[in-house]
Design a protein around this ligand. Sequence first.
Ligand SMILES: Nc1ncnc2c1ncn2[C@@H]1O[C@H](COP(=O)(O)OP(=O)(O)O)[C@@H](O)[C@H]1O
Ligand SMILES: [Mg+2]
Length: 242
Amino acid sequence: MTELKQMTLTVDDLLAGYDGTRILEGVSFSLKTGERLGVLGRNGMGKTTTLASIMGLTEFQGGNIAVDGQSISAMSTFQRARLGLGYVPQTRDVFPSLTVEENLLSALGKQPESRIEHAYQLFPRLKERKQNYGNQLSGGEQQMLSVARALMGNPSILILDEPLEGLSPLLAEQLMTDIEHLVETSGMGCILVEQHVDVVLRFATRVIILERGKVAFYGTPAELEQQPKLLEETIGLQKISA
Ligand SMILES: Nc1ncnc2c1ncn2[C@@H]1O[C@H](COP(=O)(O)OP(=O)(O)O)[C@@H](O)[C@H]1O
Ligand SMILES: [Mg+2]
């Protein structure tokens, strides 16, 4: 396994949106390798916009995004990925007409091919399916492939936008277990957007709740658990996952 580069990501008073419209109204947080940030909030509150902004995929309108104190706000998405930010978008990042193996090869860039074998160790299912096309995979397999593609660049911080969405409770539990194992053994940092509060509370070292593009809460899972009223107001009653 390749060595992991230590990194600190700082998002400071971020303003961002689309085509002149403002969605994020001053979002701030920071994250180091080894830390796990859970992002909660109802639909449309700006979770995806926050993650996409870190990757340079929205309209940057102010504030700052920095890696190790150096601003990346003006960098291309490609440069940010090269720096060590691995992004798994909410829309699964899989080429339907390429095989599993080709999907991984196409994400490899200058990294050694041994990274593919490493991904197969994490997701043996992908190895079994390596000659199958993207569009022949189940939802769960597509999610695994999407995560595996992000891992090809040897990221220091892995950014996951609702990786469990649309999976059955059993598959969601299995994939989450794989993700937890991956993040813990590698020491990567991780940002996870996830609907289920219980998953986030179990996984995260810190939690942020977004409400209409603003930070409604930023603290530890233990601090959040002491504020059931805030949880109720910002997220509503949550179904507990399997
Ligand atoms: N590409 C886009 N162009 C314009 N508005 C968008 C775009 N993507 C999202 N939005 C708007 O930004 C707001 C936040 O969306 P999003 O970040 O996707 O929320 P979440 O991920 O929390 O559900 C919503 O009002 C949504 O309609
Ligand atoms: Mg979203």
